[in-house]
Write a protein that binds this ligand. Structure first.
Ligand code: GLA
Length: 389
């Protein structure tokens, strides 16, 4: 999709008519390098913002109404009023923006009506956080129209709430945080307990992040995510009984977990083992990348994939295949599934000169095995969302 400024502005005019001031915001997608299913367990994640993004062209309205359009869903123009209770509903893609509008109103943040059209270079539903990008882009439209600035962590929490209540997805805080606060050339080590962050530079002369989309989305996702959350909570409840200072799996060590193995349901034990070990891998990988110990960081990514596959059970045949095949290419340090799982993308960390071989190898072998051509994105780490015009 061509989402260049002239194209998106002319699409805006075609949809909503000419005149007035039309501005444009962007919100990037994200890829998580390591630290999966740890955010809602109050642990560590290590994402970066990526080049594929959502752009939104918008213009103020004076009647308190919001009209939305999306190049991904031509012909649909859902509309709602900021002065009435905002209801979720059809079409589903509008719920992310509706949720943000509703949460802003509820938080007492001034909002004005607008017409807005979005265009993506980010695949919708591809596990690269198109939902958070739409939420944050919408938030930026409202903030720009109001001439407002807002604390990043507060904005992330508002957008997360929007997703919980309007898209009914009980997500963690990773996606919104990185989409808002990404830094060009850096990955972010985020502590999901206090939302503090550290940035680790990724040297573009030495590293590329290659994202490969399986192009599948197994329908399990909807129910499996909340199930994983519940299983982790069951683990927390067990440890809390013995030690009330345990508030999350973040507070449990591998040793404590192993000591409790016989008393926990087997599946709960494995879910907890993933989370506890993933937290340790994530902080170590961030440190290793900072020290340019790429081999070690890569090994940790591979271990993360295995843990997600065997202990957390959120991978699938397509993700396993791509992650394994990626490691056969010389110059690839590590590869793993990224995001919620059951489809979506893998992320590989590679030397720049390995990128073309990796692209060719995965495209050819994946086509052979699954009869699908995967989409490949080679990306640097970009800045978080903002006004571009
Ligand atoms: C989804 C959620 C995130 C996070 C990941 C798994 O992307 O939106 O909050 O939980 O899954 O790490």
């Amino acid at each position: 999709m061509d989402a260049s400024l002239p194209v998106i502005k002319s699409l805006f005019e075609k949809t909503f008519g000419a005149g007035g001031t039309v501005n444009v915001v962007r919100a990037p997608g994200r890829v998580d390098l390591i630290g999966e299913h740890t955010d809602y367990n109050v642990g560590f994640v290590f994402p970066m913002a990526i080049e594929p993004e959502v752009r939104m062209a918008f213009r103020q309205r004076d009647d308190g109404r919001v009209r939305l359009a999306s190049t991904a869903f031509p012909g649909q123009i859902p509309e709602f009023s900021l002065e009435e209770k905002i209801q979720r509903g059809e079409p589903g893609w509008a719920n992310y923006s509706k949720g943000v509008a509703a949460k802003f109103v509820a938080a007492g943040i001034p909002v004005t009506g607008m017409d807005a059209i979005m265009a993506n270079t980010l695949p919708v539903g591809g596990g690269l956080s198109s939902s958070a990008a739409i939420e944050v882009a919408t938030a930026w439209c409202f903030l720009s129209l109001g001439g407002l600035e807002i604390d990043e962590a507060r904005l992330a929490l508002l957008c997360q709430k929007a997703e919980h209540e309007y898209a009914l997805m009980p997500c963690g805080i990773m996606d919104q945080t990185i989409v808002i606060g990404g830094r060009a050339g850096h990955a972010m080590l985020l502590d999901c307990r206090d939302l503090s962050r550290q940035f680790v530079p990724l040297d573009p002369n030495e590293l590329r992040v290659v994202i490969v989309n399986t192009m599948v989305k197994h329908e399990l996702t909807g129910s499996e995510y909340p199930t994983r959350r519940r299983q982790c909570e069951e683990g927390v409840a067990f440890f809390q009984k013995h030690n009330p200072s345990v508030k999350a799996l973040r507070d449990v060590t591998l040793k404590q977990l192993d000591d409790a193995k016989a008393q926990l349901p087997e599946v709960v034990y494995r879910r907890c083992r993933h989370v506890v070990s993933e937290n340790a891998r994530t902080t170590e990988a961030a440190m290793m990348l900072g020290r340019k110990s790429y081999e070690r960081a890569g090994q940790l990514m591979v271990q993360s994939h295995i843990s997600l596959r065997d202990d957390y059970e959120v991978s699938c045949a397509e993700l396993d295949f791509l992650a394994e095949e990626a490691m056969k290419v010389k110059g690839v340090y590590g590869a793993r599934m990224t995001g919620g799982g059951f489809g979506g993308c893998i992320a590989a960390l590679a030397q720049p000169r390995a990128v073309e071989a990796l692209r060719n190898h995965l495209t050819r072998t994946y086509l052979q095995k699954f009869n699908i051509t995967p989409a490949v994105y080679v990306t640097t780490a970009t800045a978080g969302a903002g006004l571009i015009e």
